[in-house]
Design a protein around this ligand. Structure first.
Ligand SMILES: [Zn+2]
Length: 233
């Protein structure tokens, strides 16, 4: 038998095998297929409710097998979801309380007056990311001040916002735009994007002079770029 349940905006399909056993088990296979091994005579409703209860776990296993961290995955804003901050993985934990977000151990702890208000959770977490992106990116840019001095360059302002399909850009007026999602990536990848964009203050293209300059200030950029690509966007 096969069936499916919906989990937020995704659909989890599963097949069922009945065996002579006492307990029900759920397996997620490396091809992301889901198999429910159930005792003979288990009702469809019971199986479905078990799958629903384990949906967050199943989705997590499927992401694991897909081989990519899930910073770009659609979030459901429920406890148990993976969240990334500076390349480290945290679990989202939603608790009751006054609106607040903080890191605590392995958790990104969000308190809200109503745990079912997913929109508020999303808004709070995104504001938290943005606030930390601003602090971190400014701090990292200061570390590369010597590039501006040595190359006689000037940066206008730092703009942080969601960008589609890119990590950063440099405008002709000397503004550097960084994707707010970059705060989820490892700090060395953050540095690579920053140095890349600072180099664009001198060369607004990807010609050989640009790559020479980037190699000078970020010699291991190839590996960092690859690492960043593995993070998805
Ligand atoms: Zn570029």
């Amino acid at each position: 038998m096969s069936a499916s349940i919906s989990y937020g905006t995704t659909n989890i399909a599963y097949s069922v095998e009945y065996r002579d056993r006492k307990t029900l088990a759920i397996e997620v296979h490396p091809d992301s297929s889901v198999l429910v091994v159930a005792p003979i005579n288990t009702t469809d409703e019971k199986i479905q409710s078990k799958v629903e209860k384990r949906a967050s776990w199943i989705a997590k296993q499927q992401r694991f097998f897909s081989g990519k961290p899930d910073i770009a995955q659609v979030k459901e804003w429920v406890s148990g979801e993976n969240m990334y901050y500076l390349g480290r993985q945290y679990r989202l934990k939603v608790v009751l309380g006054k609106p607040d977000v903080k890191l605590k151990g392995k958790y990104l702890l969000v308190s809200v007056p109503n745990k079912k208000n997913r929109r508020q959770i999303e808004t709070l977490v995104n504001a938290w990311y943005l606030q930390h992106a601003r602090i971190k990116f400014e701090e990292r840019i200061k570390r590369f001040d010597h590039i501006l001095r040595q190359e006689g360059l000037q940066m206008n302002s730092l703009i942080i916002r969601k960008l589609e399909k890119r990590w950063g850009s440099c405008t002709p007026k000397g503004n550097i735009v960084i994707n707010s999602d970059l705060i989820k990536a490892p700090i060395h990848c953050v540095d690579y994007v920053i140095v890349h964009e600072l180099c664009h203050l001198k060369f607004h293209h990807h010609g050989p002079e640009f790559w020479n300059l980037l190699n000078k200030y970020c010699p291991d950029w190839v590996g960092l770029k690859e690492r960043l690509e593995n993070f998805g966007i």
